[in-house]
Design a protein around this ligand. Structure first.
Ligand SMILES: CC(C)(COP(=O)(O)OP(=O)(O)OC[C@H]1O[C@@H](n2cnc3c(N)ncnc32)[C@H](O)[C@@H]1OP(=O)(O)O)[C@@H](O)C(=O)NCCC(=O)NCCS
Length: 461
């Protein structure tokens, strides 16, 4: 597939299906076989799936899944490519000693386009088999399989931060967790004309994906969200626990169109009945009015002292809708990790912050995306990328950086200036002459690769 086709098509159902059914990476299969381990794909509708799911749950120190939970997972996991590593010598040889799952999703990038991106999840290695390179073999294998499928980007959310930089991943969209003291917050935002109403959980289950589908391209970092996640938020998965706690609301604008929805739960404070805590499980708003109306509703609930929400943007506009910004305790952490596999396809899909030229000298620990590239951006934000030939002199600002650092900038979540000051990238005034660095060169690179809004991913996967 050519770069422009990738950019215009997103991820087709046939590409997704081919990836799901594709083989495991041969290099990793041979490496694991050398250690007596069998690396193979697992059919979600086959006999091996239940044991795979139990191993993945154990890997995350979770309890055993009930037969209902296994059935519910099987029913909702058809979109995943599921792989296990098996030890034929183990007493429970049918249970994999390592697990990984992945699927082709669409990642929204700066400027409103989406790019096919391989989402990687369920990475576990049994404590009996840890620290002998099994995770490395699976991660490298999945990245090579992704590249071989012509998918230009990979992504994941992580349980532990230090694991994935070695494979070229970097945090590209941070997430903010909020704890809002409602008594101090005092709403000063808009008070739209529409109405907020309670709705049944199965109604919000239908509504949220429709609304999210309309808006996901607006925010870099978002992905198309699989059905199982909506069941989780809405509490409509038959195997879910404590679903009765979930309350669902919708916002209907003055013309009668539903523009937003939210699911939340209230936890009672037994010591003081007036001080309950609200957890916002998911809030989706198609319009500014829907956003304001839903948040105002949540912050003004009676018998509630605190509202908690996770995976918000680091530039969340809610901060400017409350009278006392210190009412919100905000914790920011790394969230959506990105790994560019095809520099040309990845960069040509996003839009850029300024019109200029940059030479990118990219190194890659896995050798997949290494090379010297010329990026030329236009006034409309589009960019063209080509490889620079050996010995070719180009008069443009030069960035020398690893693929992880380029991936960190991909969604506009960190500036080149910050990465340069942190010693993570080197900027030179020109790729063609002597090595010198001016503040203008750093500013140019920052403007080109920057974006005016922060990226955000609203789920953990
Ligand atoms: C994290 C986990 C997958 C690592 O599996 P593993 O097979 O022991 O890892 P490997 O032996 O392949 O190690 C690969 C590299 O990661 C490093 N590494 C492994 N676990 C690490 C940890 N917890 N913290 C920091 N580095 C770690 C190793 O030192 C090694 O580095 P190197 O190859 O650059 O020398 C495994 O311990 C596990 O399943 N943990 C619980 C579940 C979990 O956290 N999964 C991650 C989901 S995001």
């Amino acid at each position: 597939m050519s770069t422009s086709e990738i950019a215009s098509q997103g991820a087709s159902e046939s590409d997704r299906a081919a990836f799901r059914a594709g083989p495991v990476d041969e290099e990793s299969r041979l490496r694991l076989a050398d250690g007596g381990l069998d690396y193979r794909r697992v059919a979600v509708d086959g006999d091996d799936y239940a044991a795979w799911l139990q191993s993945a749950a154990r890997g995350f120190q979770d309890g055993e899944r009930s037969p209902e939970q296994v059935a519910a997972s099987r029913e909702r996991s058809g979109y995943r490519r599921v792989t296990g590593v098996y030890d034929p010598q183990a007493p429970m040889a049918e249970a994999p000693v390592a697990t990984i799952a992945s699927w082709i999703a669409e990642l929204s990038v700066p400027g409103g386009a989406v790019i096919p991106s391989c989402a990687i999840s369920s990475v576990t290695v049994a404590p009996t088999h840890r620290r002998r390179g099994v995770a490395r073999a699976m991660l490298e294998g999945e990245l090579r399989a992704t590249r071989d499928a012509g998918v230009p980007v990979a992504m994941l959310t992580v349980s532990e931060s230090p694991l994935y930089g070695r494979y070229g991943f970097a945090p590209a969209a941070a997430a903010a967790a909020w704890k809002i003291e409602t008594k101090r917050a005092a709403w000063i935002g808009p008070r739209p004309d529409g109405r907020v109403d309670f709705i049944p959980r199965d109604r919000v289950r239908q509504l949220m994906p429709v609304l999210h589908e309309r808006i996901r391209h607006r925010t870099a970092g978002e992905i198309d969200i699989a059905a199982s996640f909506w069941d989780l938020f809405a509490g409509t998965n038959p195997a879910a626990e404590r679903t009765g706690e979930k309350r669902a609301i919708q916002y209907t604008d003055a013309s009668g169109e539903v523009r937003g929805a939210a699911v939340y739960a209230v936890r009672e404070n037994e010591a003081d009945f007036t001080k309950g805590t609200v957890s916002v499980h998911y809030l989706v708003a198609e319009t500014d009015d829907a956003y304001a109306a839903l948040w105002r509703f949540l912050l003004e609930l009676d018998l509630v002292a605190e509202v908690d929400a996770e995976n918000l943007a680091v530039d969340e506009r809610l901060l400017w809708m409350i009278a006392d910004q210190r009412a919100a305790k905000i914790t920011v952490r790394d969230h959506q990790y990105v790994r560019i596999l095809d520099v040309v396809a990845a960069l040509e899909t996003r839009r850029f912050g300024a019109s200029d030229r940059l030479v990118l000298d990219v190194s890659d620990p896995l050798g997949i995306a290494a090379g010297r590239y010329l990026l030329e951006t236009a006034a409309d934000g589009t960019g063209r990328v080509r490889r620079v030939d050996d010995g070719e002199q180009v008069d443009a600002v030069l960035l020398t950086l690893g693929i992880a650092e380029l991936s960190a900038t991909y969604l506009g979540g960190v500036s080149v200036a910050t990465l340069a000051a942190a010693g993570r990238v080197t900027v030179h005034d020109t790729a063609g002459g002597a090595a010198s660095t001016s503040s203008e060169a750093v500013a140019t690179a920052s403007r080109v690769l920057g974006w005016h809004t922060a990226p955000r991913l609203s789920i953990w996967y």
